[in-house]
Design a protein around this ligand. Structure first.
Ligand code: NAD
Ligand code: UD1
Length: 311
C-alpha cells in the first residue's frame, strides 16, 4: 500500500511510519519539523520512505501531492499537539489542527481520489471535564480549549465527509500516549517525556496542580497497533477511543518511574494549568470489538520507555 502520514516525523507518526515500512508499505511523510525531527526517521528503509519538509497548511502543495500520488491510506497526525499551546495561539493552531485537514478531505472529495482509508487523530480532550467515567465514544463531549474544539470539529468533518461522499474515514480519540521519540524539548511537551528528561539530567520537574489528575496512559506501540488494525479493517465512519482502559494519577506514574529509574525526581509545585482535565479514562470496548487489546500495561510500557532512553 501507498500511505501518506502527515506529522510522520513526530512522536506517534515516526513510530507508525517505521512499522508501516517494516510491513512492506511505501510511506510518504509530510512534516514541517516544528516538533518532529528528521532523526526520528533514521533507520527506516529509504527505498520505502519519502520525506518532505512542508506545512500541511500549504493547500496548493497538499492538493497537488494528493492528486499526483493517489495514496491508498492517509493518516492525519500533523497537529500542534499541545492543549496549553493552543490556548496561547488559538488561531494559528486552528489553521493546522482543523483547516488544513478539511482541505485534505475536500481535495479527496473534489477529485474523487481512490482512498482506501483516511484516519484522523482526534483526542480524549474532546470529553472535557464532564464527570461520567470511563468515556465511551457516545459519552457527552465538552471541548474546552481551542485544541479540543478543533479536534472535535475535525472529527465530525472526517466522519461525515465519509458518510456524505462515500469516503472510508475513521477518527481515533487517543488518550495520553508515551514512549520513544516523544520530543521533550518544549514546555508543552507530553508530561512523561518531560519527566524522563528531568530524571536523566537531574533537573527539577514542575508539577502543575496537585498531582492527583488522572490519565489513561497508553504506550506508543499499542497506538501503532490500533492504527494499523483500523487501516486494515472494514471500520468506517466511526470514532474509536484508543487507550488501555486503565487510569493512574500523575503522582502514581512519577512514583513508578522513580522506582524503575532507581532515583528520585526533583519536583516543585505550580498552579493547575488553565483548561486542564482532571480525570480521563477510556472505555475501549468499541476497539475491542475489532480485536484490539493493549499489549503493554503502564509498568511494562514505562520499563520499555526508560530502557530505550537508557535511564
Ligand atoms: P508530535 O508533536 O510529536 O507530532 C505532530 C507532528 O506534526 C510533529 O512532527 C510536527 O512537527 C508536525 N506538524 C505540526 N504542525 C505541522 C504543519 N503545519 N505541517 C506539517 N507538520 C506539522 O505529537 P504526537 O504526540 O505524535 O501527536 C500526533 C497526533 O496525535 C496529533 O494530531 C495529536 O494531536 C494527536 N494526539 C496525541 C496524543 C498524545 O498523547 N501524544 C493524544 C491525543 C491525540
Ligand atoms: C495530552 C496530549 C494531547 C492529547 C491529550 C489526550 C501532548 C503534549 N498532549 O494532553 O495531544 O490530545 O493528552 O488526552 O502530547 N504537566 C505537569 N508538568 C509539566 C507538563 C504537564 O504537571 O511539565 C501536567 C499537566 O498539567 C496535565 C498532565 O501533566 O495535568 C498531562 O499533561 P500533558 O502531557 O500536556 O497532557 P494532556 O494535557 O493530557
Amino acid at each position: 500500500m501507498k500511505a501518506l502520514v502527515t506529522g510522520g516525523a513526530g512522536f506517534i507518526g515516526s513510530n507508525l511510519t517505521a512499522e508501516l515500512v517494516k510491513q512492506g508499505n511505501d510511506v510518504f511523510v509530510v512534516d514541517d519539523l516544528s516538533m518532529g525531527k528528521i532523526e526520528n526517521l533514521v533507520g527506516i528503509d529509504k527505498n520505502k520512505l519519502q520525506f518532505c519538509e512542508h506545512s500541511i497548511t500549504d493547500y496548493a502543495f497538499m492538493r497537488q501531492l494528493l492528486i499526483e500520488k493517489k495514496f491508498d491510506h492517509i493518516v492525519l497526525l500533523a497537529a500542534v499537539a499541545s492543549v496549553a499551546d493552543s490556548i496561547e495561539r488559538p488561531y494559528e493552531t486552528h489553521l493546522v489542527n482543523q483547516e488544513a485537514n478539511v482541505n485534505i478531505l475536500e481535495t479527496v472529495r473534489k477529485y474523487k481520489l481512490p482512498v482506501k482509508k483516511i484516519i484522523f487523530s482526534s483526542s480524549a480532550a474532546v470529553y472535557g471535564n464532564l464527570p461520567d467515567l470511563p468515556k465511551k465514544e457516545t459519552s457527552r463531549v465538552d471541548p474546552l480549549t481551542p485544541y479540543a474544539i478543533d479536534k472535535f470539529a475535525t472529527e465530525r468533518f472526517v466522519v461525515n465527509y465519509g458518510r456524505l461522499y462515500n469516503i472510508p474515514t475513521v477518527a481515533t480519540r487517543f488518550f495520553n500516549v508515551y514512549g520513544p521519540k516523544q520530543n521533550p524539548q518544549s514546555p508543552y511537551s507530553g508530561v512523561l517525556s518531560i519527566i524522563t528528561e528531568c530524571l536523566r539530567n537531574n533537573q527539577t520537574f514542575t508539577l502543575y496542580g496537585d498531582g492527583k489528575q488522572e490519565r489513561d496512559f497508553i504506550y506508543v506501540a499499542d497506538v501503532v497497533k490500533a492504527l494499523i488494525l483500523l487501516l486494515q479493517s472494514d471500520a468506517k465512519h466511526k470514532v474509536y477511543n484508543v487507550a488501555t482502559g486503565k487510569t493512574n494519577s500523575l503522582l502514581e506514574v512519577i512514583h513508578e518511574m522513580e522506582e524503575i529509574a532507581g532515583r528520585n525526581l526533583k519536583m516543585t509545585m505550580g498552579p493547575e494549568r488553565t483548561g486542564d482535565i482532571k480525570y480521563s479514562q477510556a472505555d475501549i470496548s468499541e476497539l475491542g470489538k475489532l480485536g484490539f487489546a493493549a499489549d503493554n500495561n503502564l509498568a511494562i510500557g514505562l520499563e520499555k520507555y526508560l530502557k530505550y532512553e537508557k535511564i
